[in-house]
Design a binder for this molecule. Sequence first.
Ligand SMILES: Cc1cc2nc3c(=O)[nH]c(=O)nc-3n(C[C@H](O)[C@H](O)[C@H](O)COP(=O)(O)OP(=O)(O)OC[C@H]3O[C@@H](n4cnc5c(N)ncnc54)[C@H](O)[C@@H]3O)c2cc1C
Length: 375
Amino acid sequence: MPGKDVDLAVIGAGLSGCALVAALRTHGWAGTIQLLEAGRGPGGRCATRRRRDDPLWRLDHGSPTLSFQSEPQGQLRELIRSLEQRGVLRVDDEPVVGLDHHGAAVEPPDHPLLRGPRWRGIPTMATVAETLLADGSDGVDVRFGERIETLSREGGRWLLPGGVRAGMVVLSGTLLAHPRSLAMLGRSDVPLRDAVPEQDDPVLDQALAWIADLNASVRWNLMLECSAVDLDPLPRQIWLTSQAQQQFGVERVVLQVQQQDRLGLVIHGLDDGALITPETQPLLLKAQEQRLLAVLPELLAPWPALQRILSGARSLGVMRWGAAQPLDQGMPQALQWCRQAGVGFCGDWIAGPGFGMAEGALQSGLDLAELMASQ
Ligand SMILES: Cc1cc2nc3c(=O)[nH]c(=O)nc-3n(C[C@H](O)[C@H](O)[C@H](O)COP(=O)(O)OP(=O)(O)OC[C@H]3O[C@@H](n4cnc5c(N)ncnc54)[C@H](O)[C@@H]3O)c2cc1C
């Protein structure tokens, strides 16, 4: 069969997958790597939206920042320092304001994403994953626009699209393992379970059982192009209090200054639990766009200058983000590497400091690299 053999296939080029690849090289792990990513570029939920019709437009339409629980330690601190020194990260100290259920400006709510230090990708959030990928690029083949929907194993090797055969596979998202997320893919079974029968690898059995208990979390992010606004200081994030979030169905509004006297707005809409399937998604995207456009003027009432620019705003559509997230704590690190089956997991859903946020994603990639490099 034509194709190629690699030592490792990594599925997903989000922060965790890119951190893993970079850290494997730092540890001197010299194997060949095939990285497969469904999106058009690296970054995952820390990606940046570009426009074909407008080469200067860059909008961080997922996470606007890298949040940490506390000052990073050890290898993670080294990584952040190195990215800072190269101008890829800078401390994110731009104003965050709160909004309550009466639509009044208040102190920002107490939220894990706002409690500790934060960094921002320069010039965009996608630059962080792009740089990590470049750091680990030696011997790495990257294919974008490649959504893996099935996984199979033959003769102890993983078979992937394009005739790729890999000795080991790492999943950085959980969609291939998470039963409740499968509706989004229109599948009824779990591809990873098909590939490795029960009891072949007890660690993998435990990991899959744990993943099945994750919560699917969805965000509907409306993107807007507006004209520049004369407002000093310009808030970077407007965070709704929990009561306001319930009332408006919005978590926050993020503002990002653009070139050519423009402002990008991202309204982070919360999920209402509607069933998302390949069939229902187009209608849901339209409905969410209308809902978020309707609620926005009320959210911006404390900032009349911002409210005014809405009249000339242009909608750039809604991005649906899907993630699987644990309620209390992440998957135990002991289940991150299933050696017998040659399956690894990384992502912000692995236990450790900062799980559920960018810190956890980066840390999980570093931890997995250490485990794999030490065997
Ligand atoms: C709207 C939003 C706001 C956020 N705000 C913050 C914040 O303020 N601060 C903070 O610290 N964190 C925030 N986060 C969380 C942060 O973005 C994540 O913790 C982090 O980006 C997760 O990285 P990851 O690598 O674990 O996962 P992901 O970024 O989800 O990466 C997984 C990658 O795998 C790819 N993939 C998945 N399945 C497949 C498949 N079958 N085939 C091929 N590729 C696949 C995906 O396309 C993706 O690129 C936010 C997230 C969202 C969605």
